[in-house]
Structure formats: C-alpha cells, structure tokens
Ligand binder design. Structure first.
Ligand code: BUP
Length: 438
C-alpha cells in the first residue's frame, strides 16, 4: 500500500490538472487492501483509463526471498517485455510513463526502447532516495566487509542499525533490486518524490546539487500527495466522534508490518497503562488475506472488555487519513512508513516512532529531525527477538500525549506542509513543472 497509495494520488492529481491519465493495474494483487483500493479508485474516478497488465509466468521459488511483496515486484519486473504491446494498443497514445522505483531497472530500458520519456516516482523519503542512489557505489568498495555505517556524500551517515535488514545480505532479492534500481537512476527523465522542501531541504539540495551522485535527473518534490478518495464514516470514525478533542492516540504499524503475539500483548498492556484513550489497529500477519485469528485469541479474552471505556481495538483496514485529520486524535504510534509520516505531517499529528522493518528507521530519523515526533531508538527491529515491555511503552505514550512543545512543533510543520501542497507552494510548483514537461 505504501507504493500503491501515492500512485493513486498522483493519478488523481494529474487528472485534476487536465492530464489524460491511464493507470496500469496488475492482477492478481498480493493483498485484499490493494484490490479494494484500485477498485475504489477506478469507480470514483471513471476518467482514469485502466490498462490491465497480465504478468508473465513466474516461479517464486527461484528467488532469494520469502517476502511476498518483493516477489511480486520481481514478477512485474520480469514481465516488462509485455509493456510495449500494452502501450501500442492504447488510444489516445501514451506520451510518457511514470514508473515505480521498484521497477526502474526493468522498465526504464523498455520504455526508452519505445521512444517514450520515463519518469520515476520515488514513494519514500529523499533521505532514502539518497541511500538508494549512493548504495551501488558503496557496496562496490566493500568487497567482503559487509555493510556498515553508510556515509552519504553531501548528506549524513546512515548508521548500520538503520540500514534495511535485507541489504546486509548481498544475495537477497531486495538487495539485487535495490542496487539495480539505484544504478539506473541517471537514465530517468526525472524523479518525482513524495516529500516536500520544508521537511527534507538538505537531502533535496544534496540530490539536485550532484553531491550524492553526479548526473541525476531533476529530483522534483511533489508531496505529500493528497489523499484523493473520500470514505463513508464507518464505526471507527463514529467512535472517534464520541471522544473529546485531542484525547486519542492512534496506533498502527502499516499494511505490511506484522507483530508477534507476545509483543502485541505488551503493547496492549502499555496502551492500557498509559491512561490515554486509544484507537489501535492490530496486525498479526504480513498479508491481510492470512489474518484469521480473532482479537480475543491475540490479546486475551478480557482485554477488550477491560479497556472498552477508552480504547477501541480493530483488525483490518481503517481510513487512516480520516483518522489523522479527526479532531479527537492528537498522537500517532507509527512504524514510520513514509506515507504515514507525510499524512501525520499534513495534519500536524505528533508521532511516537517505532520503526520495525525496511526504510522505516531512515524515515523515523527524518521525522524526528523535522520536529514531528519522538523516536525511541532502542525499541525492537526486524530480526531481533527482543520484546519491548508494556510499562516502557505506556510511559512513552503518555510523554507523546502530554508534550506541549512537541504538539506545537508538529503543528508548525503541519502548517508548512499544507502550504507546500498549495498551487503556489514548493510541491504545487513541482507538480506544475512536471506537467509542463509532459
Ligand atoms: Br494499515 C492501513 N488504512 O488500515 P505506509 C494503511 N492505510 O488507510 P506501509 C490506511 O496505507 P511501505 C490502514 O494511510 C498509508 O497511506 C495509510 O503506507 C494507508 O506504510 C498507506 O505508511 C500505508 O508507507 O507501506 O503500508 O508499511 O512498507 O511500502 O512503506
């Protein structure tokens, strides 16, 4: 969802600005959330033209990864040769493509081969783009030394502990994709990125000033891309309506970060001990289709009964953006998926960061530097057995909800974010610049 959501938003933003937009859809999807999201998008915006992309045969067992999302990216990458036929059948003809960063090295040569400009959409932070751009050169110097702290020229050092875990294994499928995509960035006609200058000026300057790596095409900040799809209230929002203003902490770890049952129980106890009202989205499986266990089984029989006066626990999809914009919500315990960070910024909601996998520590660092929240660096990370205790979680949640200074600085960033996405703001101008090129 972290990749799909910004693509849907970009499609709507371009269409709103009088571009004729075709949207390549891929079937089958990995998660139910993806299928629903695409169906909702196409129903709400019939002017977007769906192009149905059928994948070539793919045997996942041939690749060094068990991550269903990395494997799906690989399946799409290996179907790139089918793209020209799809494009040739499109009327009116397509004049440029915007391709996800994860597909860059497979799709860029094919798109260039049919004579079309190819832009990349980088769906994470500019700090992460800097790591992606520099990483191929970095590992070329390491020989057998393995990955340590990575000093990004013109920016800062990403500590070893914040490097996504798969990148420590040179044979991992994600490492192969990341390095190949990093190597080909210079060949793109431009790189659109879902961030904004007030949050990541330094990284954007380093990228565009040729400091990170020479010869990059323009890196154009167009974020945060604004959510485009409304929703129908739903029981979660009704529950929020009944809560006092700025009293609720929202807890979610995104669409692909599962938590162990032991850790979930400690988190539940921490939320209870914090004394704060809370809305907690529980996720115990990486892919939502496999989420079968009932909440009672995960949290213990009496938990929900005990907390029902001030806590709502839900399993499955919620309308996160509507939650973050709700007047009752004033804190967010987040894994720091990049979309979640930018959505919190847009609504000035302070974050207590608990990054778990992938780029989330890099994002948490950007978030904390930007004055949007607190990051407890010692909390557990992928590959670690450690269980963070409930009393510690409760204390930090209370701190998040009571820190007036933090609330003020998050609100300040919120105002800057809103300004950035107006037509005359930095990201609004970025989008205009891109449309001008089209
Ligand atoms: Br879960 C969930 N409702 O219940 P991130 C997510 N979202 O609207 P991730 C909901 O999905 P990656 C839910 O608002 C955001 O736009 C959320 O993206 C929305 O994290 C998106 O925050 C999730 O980037 O993806 O899912 O971990 O690993 O690609 O960053």
């Amino acid at each position: 969802m972290g990749h799909l959501a910004p693509f849907c938003r970009l499609a709507v933003a371009l269409s709103d600005r009088a571009c004729d937009v075709s949207f390549i859809t891929i079937q089958p999807t990995v998660s139910s959330a993806e299928s629903r999201h695409v169906a909702t998008l196409l129903a709400a915006f019939p002017r977007l033209r769906p192009l149905d992309f059928r994948l070539a045969d793919f045997d996942p067992s041939a690749f060094a990864s068990t991550d269903p999302f990395f494997l799906r990216f690989e399946a799409i990458r290996r179907s790139a040769h089918l793209l020209p036929a799809l494009l040739a059948a499109t009327s009116p003809p397509v004049s440029a493509l915007v391709v996800d960063i994860s597909l860059a090295s497979a799709f860029l040569p094919v798109v260039s081969g049919v004579g079309l400009p190819c832009y990349l959409l980088f769906t994470a932070s500019a700090a992460m783009l800097s790591l992606c751009a520099h990483f191929p050169a970095y590992i070329a110097t390491r020989n057998t030394a393995g990955v340590g702290d990575v000093g990004i020229p013109g920016l800062r050092t990403v500590p070893k502990a914040s490097i996504p875990l798969p990148l420590h294994d040179p044979n991992n499928l994600f490492t192969t994709q990341f390095v190949e995509n990093g190597r080909i960035l210079q060949k793109a006609d431009g790189i659109l990125i879902n961030t904004f200058h007030a949050l990541e000026q330094e990284a954007l300057d380093a990228l565009n000033g040729g400091k990170v790596v020479p010869g990059l095409p323009p890196v154009v900040a167009i974020g945060p891309l604004k959510p485009a799809m409304g929703c129908e209230g739903g029981s979660t929002l009704l529950w929020l309506d009944a809560q006092p203003a700025r009293s609720v902490v929202y807890v979610s770890f995104g669409s692909r970060t599962a938590m162990s049952v032991d850790q979930m129980k400690e988190l539940g106890s921490g939320l209870e001990r914090s004394g704060c009202r809370f809305l907690w989205v529980v996720k115990s499986k990486v892919v939502d289709r496999e989420e079968e266990v009932e909440l009672e089984e995960l949290l213990g029989e009496e938990y929900q009964e005990r907390v029902k006066e001030r806590g709502l626990v839900v399993k499955g999809w919620v309308e996160q953006e509507e939650i973050l914009r709700h007047r009752a919500v004033s804190g967010f315990v987040s894994h720091c998926g990049w979309n979640s960070v930018t959505e919190a910024a847009l609504h000035g909601v302070p974050i207590l960061a608990w990054p778990r996998i992938g780029d989330q520590r890099v994002n948490a660092d950007v978030m904390a530097r930007g004055g949007l929240g607190i990051w407890v660096k010692e909390w557990s990370w992928e590959g670690e057995e450690k269980v963070v205790r409930g009393d510690e979680i409760g204390e930090r949640v209370r701190e998040l909800m009571e820190d007036e200074g933090l609330r003020a600085s998050a609100a300040r960033l919120g105002r800057e974010t809103v300004k950035a996405v107006t037509v005359d703001g930095s990201s609004g101008k970025g989008l205009t610049e891109f449309i001008g090129k089209l």
